[in-house]
Design a protein around this ligand. Structure first.
Ligand code: SAH
Ligand code: ZN
Ligand code: ZN
Ligand code: ZN
Ligand code: ZN
Length: 437
């Protein structure tokens, strides 16, 4: 399956304009092109499907429009903002949050939720940490939410402050947004501002239209229409020299080209905000993503480089630091800022390599032959003279395959490359880049 991208005049599903796909085999298009939902990779979440050349009757178009309308959230953002204002006026004893509907309840609504589980005595502190109050969405394919561990979130925020940024466009980073918002309301000298763009509409219960836009990062769709787009544009316009950075942590399910295309559009929006001197510049950006997507990201953003910092999560079994010791997280920061400016914490073992002019993991040794610190996963890699590059310590050179790989592998080639690393010989599920035992 490959993505052809956003097409002008594409039909819409409840998640905005659909994307155009085609089945491919050995790099050739095979079969008819079709439109499918941009945001949901699981058909059970959104089953939108239309052949590119299909004639859609007026009746079906009307039915589709109605379906799309009916599948919007039950309250508008405006309504949620008003509800919040009423909610905070309530005494603690009347502040309830319905866990089933994931919704703040006003007393008049209690009855309708009487057989639902709810939390009571919702404090102001809880209202300021919605990412703790809301369930992380767990749908594997479509929208798994992996929330930053406090340490990583704090690190990111300190880093961007030290770099001189005062505005953060938070794209799919509710926890970073939340940390900024709550510091801004508590500490007087704290002058950083954030705008959250996220598809998770539950957040509209806690933030005003100037703080949150309901946004789909796979098709650059603002659900709030022109008004929301304008909010974003205004935010990107830097007043009083307040520099802006975009921080994004998208779901890892693929579609890198769709993400890149949306991020380009956000960059273009930044460029077009009227400030002179932005013409050939890129908006500073942190794109947080697993290291094995490095080549895919660099394909779209050649100016980016990958930092060694390992981003940790609270609710990801694989990616968080266990109590019993440090587990390696595969998630990294990709940025278009000069690598030497990204200072990584020495107390966590990172050190500065003067040759590479960047901070690297403690285990990342500078290879004299490659003339670079080559490890991607934090462990020390070894140089293979036949492959002419450094490889994972657990790999061996296979003379059949003519490359380094896991010792346990089958040499027979499959004709399609792996979805993750693009190499032939294995499928995504068996990709050696995904194994970090
Ligand atoms: N580590 C981040 C959360 C990353 S999880 C933090 O702690 O702040 C991925 C985020 O992207 C979630 O907030 C999810 O709601 C959002 N997301 C998923 N699909 C999206 C889409 N199509 N458009 C915009 N945001 C999306
Ligand atoms: Zn080095
Ligand atoms: Zn090497
Ligand atoms: Zn080799
Ligand atoms: Zn082999």
């Amino acid at each position: 399956l490959s993505l052809l991208g956003a097409a002008p005049g594409a039909p819409s599903c409840p998640h905005g304009p659909a994307l155009l796909f085609v089945k491919t085999s050995q790099g050739r298009e095979e079969g008819r092109r079709f439109y499918a939902c941009s945001a949901c990779r699981d058909r059970r979440d959104c089953n939108f499907f239309q052949w590119e050349d299909e004639k859609v009757s007026e009746t079906r178009l009307a039915a589709r429009e109605e379906y799309n309308r009916n599948h919007q959230p039950s309250f508008t953002h405006r309504q949620n903002v008003d509800r919040y204002k009423n909610f905070v006026l309530l005494p603690l004893s009347k502040r309830r949050f319905c866990q089933e509907c994931q919704q703040l309840l006003l007393p008049a609504e209690w009855e309708n939720h009487s057989d639902h589980q709810f939390l009571c005595d919702i404090t102001t502190a809880q209202l300021k940490s919605p990412s703790q109050l809301l369930y992380p969405l767990e749908n594997k394919k479509t929208n798994a939410q992996y929330l930053f561990a406090d340490r990583s979130c704090q690190f990111l925020l300190n880093l961007l402050i030290d770099l001189g940024f005062r505005r953060v466009l938070s794209v799919g980073t509710p926890r970073l947004h939340e940390m900024i918002q709550s510091k801004a309301s508590q500490e007087e000298e704290f002058s950083v501002r954030s705008l959250l763009l996220d598809i998770d509409f539950r957040y509209s219960q806690f933030y005003t239209e100037d703080e949150f836009c309901h946004y789909n990062m796979f098709n650059h769709h603002f659900f709030g229409g022109e008004a929301a787009r304008e909010t974003c544009r205004k935010f990107l316009y830097e007043e009083n020299g307040e520099r802006i950075i975009m921080v994004t942590d998208p779901p890892f399910g693929g579609l890198v080209e769709a993400l890149a295309s949306s991020f380009r559009k956000l960059m273009a929006m930044w460029r077009e905000t009227g400030k002179e001197g932005r013409d050939n510049k890129e908006m500073p950006m942190f794109w947080i993503f697993p290291y094995f997507f490095e080549s895919r990201i660099l394909d779209f953003f050649p100016s980016f480089s990958m930092m060694d910092y390992q981003v940790d999560y609270d609710n990801h079994a694989l990616y968080k630091h266990g109590k019993t010791g440090r587990r390696q997280s595969p998630v990294r920061i990709f940025t278009n800022l000069t690598p030497s400016m990204i200072v990584l914490p020495e107390e966590e073992g990172y050190r500065f390599c003067t040759v590479c002019q960047r901070y690297v993991s403690s285990g990342n040794q500078h290879c004299e032959i490659c003339n670079s610190c080559t490890s991607k996963d934090g462990r020390q890699w070894k140089h293979c003279v036949l492959c002419k590059k450094c490889v994972k310590p657990s790999w061996f050179h296979c003379n059949n395959c003519n490359c380094c790989t896991l010792q346990m592998h089958s040499c027979e080639k499959t004709d399609v490359g792996c979805f993750v690393c693009g190499k032939a010989g294995h499928k995504r599920s068996a990709c050696p880049s995904l194994s970090h035992s």
